[in-house]
Every structure is written in C-alpha cells, then in structure tokens.
Design a binder for this molecule. Structure first.
Ligand code: AP5
Ligand code: ZN
Length: 217
C-alpha cells in the first residue's frame, strides 16, 4: 500500500505511523525524521533544514522533494510506503503524483488525522523523544517513561525538540493551515481522503485507522 498521513503538528502522525507501518509491513518515511537525522550528522542539508525548522517554516521544496524521492527509491519502499510529513504543500503533492506516474504507481489512501488545536498544543508541550531513535516517542503525562528522561525501549536520553517551543508551535500550526491543509482538498478531488478522529488512546486511534484503511483503500 502507498499511504500519505496528514494532520497538524502533534496530531500523532509519528506515533501512529510506527504501528501502521508495522501492521501493513511497509516502511515509515518521515521527512521530519530524515531532516533531524541530517541535523544530528551535521550535513549541509541538515544545516539548511535546521535554519527553517527552528522558525517553524517549511524547508524549501527543491531539497525536500529530492530527499523524499531518494528515500522512496530505496529497495524497501518498492512495494509500498507510509509517508509522514510529505507532501506538505500542493507543489510537493504534484511532484509526488509526477514521481508515481513515471513508475505507473498510485496512492491508495490519504489518512487525515483530525485533532482539536488545544489538544495538539498539549501533546507537543509534553512530548519527549529518544536521542537514539525518533520512533521512541513519549509524553510527560500521556505516555510516561518508567524512568524520567530515559527511553523505556533502549535506555537512550529523552529530549525536547528545538521546534517544540510555544512560539514555534504557533508558527507551525499557521503553516499547517495555510500551506498543508490545501492538500486535503487536492486529494479529495482524487477521492483518496479518509478522515478519522485522532482523539483517544493511541491503540484506539490505530484501530480506527486500520479499519478506515481496509474499508476505503
Ligand atoms: P515534522 O517532524 O513532520 O513535524 P510535525 O508535522 O510538526 O509533526 P510532529 O512530529 O510535531 O507531530 P506528530 O503528528 O508526528 O505527533 P507525535 O506522534 O510525535 O516536521 C518538523 C519540521 O520539519 C517542519 O516544521 C518543517 O520545517 C520540516 N519539514 C518536515 N517535512 C517537510 C516537508 N515535507 N516540507 C518542508 N518542510 C518539512 O505525537 C505528539 C505527542 O503526543 C507525543 O508526545 C505522543 O506521545 C503524544 N500522543 C500521540 N498520540 C497520542 C494520543 N492518542 N493520546 C495522547 N497522546 C498522544
Ligand atoms: Zn530509545
């Protein structure tokens, strides 16, 4: 399956993607995670991306699309993928359509996670991520690690993302409304959008997503 996951910052895209990718046996491709890996390796791409991410702005399309394309061309993505955070505006969506068309492929579904704004603010404020693996995501209230500041999975140090400050989160939400939400209409016109509520326990949301994907995709 080829799926795009869309939703505001803090909706739980990364959290759900980890379970969905496992259940569906497809790789989880997150452009945010790819940028953060470049930042920690101090690559040129990482330096460029950080200057935009710290302000809550989108990284320029040219580099983002090239990075996403490169990742989607890896052998593990041959039979499907779950895209998280890409595409993030209409020109990226058009570029993705073009890439798929060249390979005679198409998307199966666009899963839209709906969450009220006050909830995403709470989720982001309490989020803590493992330095060793960005798939190890915790929350100070909703998903507490057994030992404060320590990852349950691998013992790594938990940290707060630089772009999770209140001011940057406000900017990221604004960018989501103005630049990313229009892709939902773009994909609705292709009959691909499946909207589910992302409120409730993580496992409930995963169940809702799996049910919606098997029904509509
Ligand atoms: P990116 O990394 O994609 O961030 P985002 O879209 O803002 O999304 P988040 O990672 O903040 O949230 P999430 O929805 O994954 O939530 P999570 O599962 O962690 O992008 C960051 C930046 O990179 C962008 O601002 C941009 O600069 C750049 N970028 C990335 N892609 C780009 C692109 N295509 N083009 C240009 N620029 C790009 O959950 C949040 C918290 O809530 C966690 O603590 C979790 O434990 C908790 N939680 C999750 N689910 C639940 C639940 N059901 N109940 C209670 N708590 C929950
Ligand atoms: Zn860890």
């Amino acid at each position: 399956m080829r799926i795009v996951l869309v939703g505001p910052p803090g909706a739980g895209k990364g959290t759900q993607a980890a379970f969905l990718a496992k259940n569906l046996s497809i790789p989880h491709i997150s452009t945010g995670d790819l940028f953060r890996a470049n930042i920690s390796q101090q690559t040129e791409l990482g330096k460029l991306a950080k200057s935009f991410m710290d302000k809550g702005e989108l990284v320029p399309d040219e580099v983002t699309i090239a990075m996403a394309k490169d990742r989607m061309e890896q052998p593990d993505a041959e039979n499907g993928f779950l895209l998280d955070g890409f595409p993030r505006n209409v020109s990226q969506a058009e570029a993705l359509d073009e890439m798929l068309k060249v390979e005679s492929m198409k998307l199966d579904a666009v899963l839209d996670l709906e969450v009220p704004e006050d909830e995403v603010v709470k989720r982001i404020a309490g989020r803590r991520i493992c330095r060793n693996d960005s798939a190890h995501v915790f929350h100070v209230a909703y998903k507490q690690p057994k030992r404060e500041g320590v990852c349950d999975v691998c013992g790594g140090e938990l940290y707060q993302r630089d772009d999770d400050s209140e001011e940057t989160v406000r900017k990221r939400l604004e960018v989501y409304h103005t630049q990313t939400e229009p892709i939902i209409d773009y994909y609705k016109a292709q009959g691909l959008v499946v909207t589910i509520s992302a409120l409730g326990q993580v496992s409930e949301v995963t169940g809702r997503a799996m049910e919606a994907l098997s029904r509509d995709a």
